[in-house]
Design a binder for this molecule. Structure first.
Ligand code: NAP
Length: 491
């Protein structure tokens, strides 16, 4: 099957005829051929979105929202089928794939609700017989550039708020998960989006780069690595474009001596190894207080060794493959770095090739101990099933270690002491904080994003998403019938 670009309401092949393949990372199965967007398709997509913008922004927001409600219903109806394809294309186990689809459903309904809010503010004027208010305006054509690890949820996080706010969109999904991108756009088309309002261009990073550089793209909403995000930030600054960035993480779970050990263990296993560690919120550090360190380490390694690797479609699988060969190499490279840094490898640390897994990209769940906070494996994002144990003496040291990385996305603390939990909430400097839960598990109606190298101050999800996808317009209505000068006629 050939998956095509979607431009101005039509599914089109690229003029160059170039195609690439989408592969199942569990076994190398070819899932489909994908038409590669060239300069013609990219330009046509942006032009279509530009033309559609002047019409779409005039559609009343509650009417725009109706499309999202219908898209939510279709996603809900097709949830199982979408989850199966998501597991085949991205690799995560089926129950997590269902969660990915559910996040898109939740976002569709939540942002549809915003169609009847999109609140602005009124405020008194400093002058008599004058009325003041601020209202939201859409920005224009938004380029949505997304990674492969949440191939349905992350695009939904961008496309749904952008559309309800009155923007039009050109969407560039990751090269590793184009089919999920196509399916999402098909659903929004079926839900009744007019031609040109949402366009899809398929292909590698250079397609994203062309969108960033296109003069008619007003805003870039990007989720991905810091390396690419930084490159985009420079180009956007040079061109004066609005930019929302969601990038990497080096998230930690803090376990204090008074923690409920079993609960903490469950949180670590889920947060460090769920999605094979390929989540921006994955717990790739465990900061453990010295009194509980021995018990936690022993139980953790015992449990990690029991994980069953395999195809995510099988009920028996705990951990699926990683996305591709370069990612596998990158993860293994970090194992070698950890060994060179003299951290102790407690388990894992190699490619997994048993049985059917030999045809896919599997990596054994890996735990390092005796890790110092400044080591590269404790500072850099690995984005794989690897976590490192760092021992600390008390809460203060734990928070200092937690905060001291180039990233600031998610943190968690396990403690039974309410005072310690509140001190942690106050002093942790990441965008997300969990108490007695792991580092993953965001809900769509709360802001999502991070500090330092993780982002550029914007947040996705929640009503905070609207701050990224709208401009404020301040409106003054003078009904005094005379010239009133602000700051001057105040006596
Ligand atoms: P990536 O390599 O940065 O790619 C992200 C997207 O950008 C892909 O669609 C990619 O296309 C495209 N791209 C690549 N080079 C580009 C360029 N020069 N200009 C414009 N677009 C370009 O990231 P990834 O490997 O897909 O995803 C993993 C990263 O995403 C991790 O660092 C993870 O932490 C981060 N992430 C962050 C969040 C968050 O919300 N904070 C959520 C999920 C993931 P191709 O796929 O075709 O290369």
């Amino acid at each position: 099957m050939l998956y095509r670009n979607y431009i101005d309401g039509k599914w089109v092949e690229s003029a160059s005829g170039k195609v690439f393949e989408s592969l199942n990372p569990a076994n190398g199965e070819v899932l489909g051929r994908v038409s590669y967007a060239g300069p013609n398709e990219i330009d046509s997509a942006v032009e279509a979105a530009t033309r559609a913008f002047s019409r779409w922004r005039q559609v009343p927001a509650p009417r725009r929202a109706e499309t999202l409600f219908r898209a939510g219903d279709i996603l809900q109806r097709r949830k199982e089928e979408l989850a199966i394809m998501l597991t085949r294309e991205m690799g995560k186990v089926l129950k997590e794939a269902r969660g990915d689809v559910q996040e898109a459903i939740d976002m569709a309904y939540y942002m549809a609700g915003e169609g009847r809010r999109l609140f602005g503010y009124t405020t008194p004027s400093e002058l008599p017989n004058k009325f003041a208010m601020q209202v939201r305006d859409p920005i224009g054509v938004v380029a949505a550039i997304t990674p492969w690890n949440f191939p349905l949820a992350i695009p939904a996080w961008k496309i749904m708020p952008a559309l309800v706010a009155g923007n039009t969109v050109v969407f560039k999904p990751a090269e590793d998960t184009p089919i999920m991108g196509v399916l999402l756009v098909q659903i929004l088309e079926e839900a009744g989006l007019p031609p040109g309002v949402l366009n899809l261009v398929l292909g590698p990073g250079e397609v994203g780069a062309a969108l960033v550089e296109h003069p008619k793209v007003a805003m870039i909403s990007f989720t991905g690595s810091n390396e690419v995000g930084r490159e985009i930030a420079i180009k956007a600054a040079e061109r004066g474009k609005r930019l929302s960035l969601e990038m990497g993480g080096k998230n930690a779970i803090i376990v204090l001596d008074d923690a409920a050990l079993e609960l903490a263990l469950e949180g670590i296993l889920w947060s460090a190894f769920g999605t094979s560690g390929q989540r921006c919120t994955a717990a790739s550090r465990v900061i453990v207080q010295q009194g509980i360190q021995e018990d936690l380490t022993r139980s953790l390694v015992e449990r990690v060794k029991k994980f069953r690797l395999g195809n995510g479609l099988l009920e028996t699988t705990d951990i699926g493959p990683v996305i591709n060969e370069p990612q596998l190499q990158r993860i293994h490279n970090y194992t070698e770095i950890g060994l060179k840094e003299r951290a102790i490898l407690l388990t894992g640390g190699k490619r997994y090739t048993e049985g059917e897994c030999a045809r896919g990209f599997f990596y054994t769940p890996t735990v390092f101990a005796l890790v110092k906070p400044g080591m590269r494996i404790a500072q850099e994002e690995i984005f794989g099933p690897t976590t490192v144990l760092i021992t600390v003496k008390d809460l203060e040291e734990a928070i200092e270690v937690n905060n001291n990385t180039p990233y600031g996305l998610s943190s968690s603390i396990y403690t039974q002491d309410v005072n310690k939990a509140l001190k942690a909430i106050n002093n942790i400097s990441t965008g997300l904080v969990y108490i007695n839960a792991g580092t993953i598990g965001s809900e769509v109606h709360l802001p999502f994003g991070g500090t330092r190298g993780t982002g550029n101050g914007h947040r996705e999800a929640g009503n905070a998403a609207l701050e990224a996808f709208t401009e404020w317009k301040s409106v003054y209505i003078d009904y005094s019938g005379r010239l009133q000068r602000a700051q001057i006629d105040i006596d």
